[in-house]
Each structure stands twice: as structure tokens, then as C-alpha cells.
Design a binder for this molecule. Structure first.
Ligand code: INI
Length: 179
């Protein structure tokens, strides 16, 4: 029988760090509202949420790394808005912030979630921040809750696997002895 592990969305007792870029704040404030709404609806206490404003998406990954490495938060949510219309270096800011968050996530013990909107126009970005196309901040917070739970399940499963190694007889696999 296969063992299936799926995360839940129970935020009780969790401490969440949010990094948010001030650039295009008309969008990022909405992303932040969406993330806070999601965390509140899923039982994360307001006192357990810490919000760190940074100048723009470029600064998000390095800040997220600091939070993730501190061990003080169970997950880190990265929020920002990069809009093509406003800068010739859109490509650099968009791709480096995405790569940066991915690198931090890969090297982190806790989930680091990408919630940076990239769009061609301000209208498109606003659509993704609570207008027509959902709220990417809310989605990012959902992903954070789910991934905290998935990581916990992986740790528990790994611990159980270790206990079943030959020579360790303290805990038996639930299937042991059935056949
Ligand atoms: N920062 C953003 O978050 N979004 C953008 O669209 C953007 N544009 O267009 O330039 C942007 N630039 C600022 C950048 O993130 C840094 O804050 C800045 O370069 C200082 O390092």
C-alpha cells in the first residue's frame, strides 16, 4: 500500500514572516491584505505575523533568506509586484527576484513562498491582487500553510522510516505482522 501525504491548512500556533516590496505599493498592499486575510481565516494569530517592508522586489530574496535562516518563523511569504510598463530593466528585476526566491527556498529549512506578481500593465497586476483574477497574496499564504504541514509530514515520515531500520525495534511499522 502506498502512503499518501498531503498538507493541511491549519495555521494555529504558526509564526509567519512576510517580506513585501514597496515598489508598486498600490498592488503590493493588496497582496499583503490578501495574505493577512488568508492567515487570519486559517487560525494564524495576528501577533504571530511579522511584516517586513523592503524597497522593491529586488530586495525581497535577500531579506527572505535572513528571515528563513533566523529560525524564528515557520514560513516566509515573499510579496512584490514587477510591472513591465514601468521600467526597461523589468526583465532583470522580474527574473532575478524569481530566481532569488527559488534559491532561498531550495536552501531553507522552512517553506519560502513566491508571491511576486509580474505583469505587463498596472491593470493586469491589480487584477491579480484582488480584482478580477483572485489574489496572489492570498494564494501565497495558502501555499505557505500547506507547505509547513507537508514539511512536518515529511519529517515525521522520515523519523518513522528511521525507527524501522534493522536494529531499531522500539516502534513497528503499522503493516508489520499483518501477513
Ligand atoms: N521593483 C519592483 O518591486 N517592481 C518593479 O516593477 C520595479 N521596477 O519596475 O523597476 C522595481 N524596481 C526597484 C527594485 O526592486 C529595487 O528596489 C531597486 O532597484 C533598488 O535596488
Amino acid at each position: 500500500m502506498a502512503w499518501i501525504y498531503e498538507g493541511s491548512y491549519d495555521g494555529s500556533g504558526l509564526r509567519i514572516g512576510i517580506v513585501v516590496g514597496r515598489f508598486n505599493s498600490v498592488v503590493t498592499e493588496r497582496l499583503l491584505d490578501g495574505a493577512l486575510d488568508c492567515l487570519d481565516r486559517h487560525g494564524v494569530e495576528t501577533d504571530n505575523v511579522d511584516i517586513f517592508w523592503v524597497p522593491g522586489a529586488w530586495e525581497v530574496p535577500a531579506t527572505a533568506r535572513r528571515l528563513a535562516e533566523s529560525g524564528s518563523w515557520d514560513a516566509v511569504i515573499c510579496l512584490g509586484a514587477v510591472i513591465r510598463g514601468e521600467t526597461p530593466h523589468f526583465e532583470y528585476v522580474a527574473s532575478e527576484s524569481a530566481k532569488g526566491v527559488a534559491t532561498v527556498a531550495m536552501n531553507s529549512e522552512v517553506p519560502v513562498i513566491y508571491g511576486i506578481v509580474t505583469a505587463d500593465t498596472l491593470d493586469q497586476a491589480i487584477d491579480r491582487a484582488g480584482a478580477k483574477s483572485g489574489n496572489k497574496g492570498f494564494d501565497a499564504a495558502m501555499a505557505a500553510l500547506e507547505m509547513v504541514s507537508v514539511y512536518e509530514e515529511i519529517d515525521d515520515a522520515a523519523e518513522e522510516e528511521e525507527e524501522q531500520q534493522p536494529g531499531c525495534e522500539e516502534h513497528e511499522h503499522p503493516d508489520d505482522g499483518e501477513n
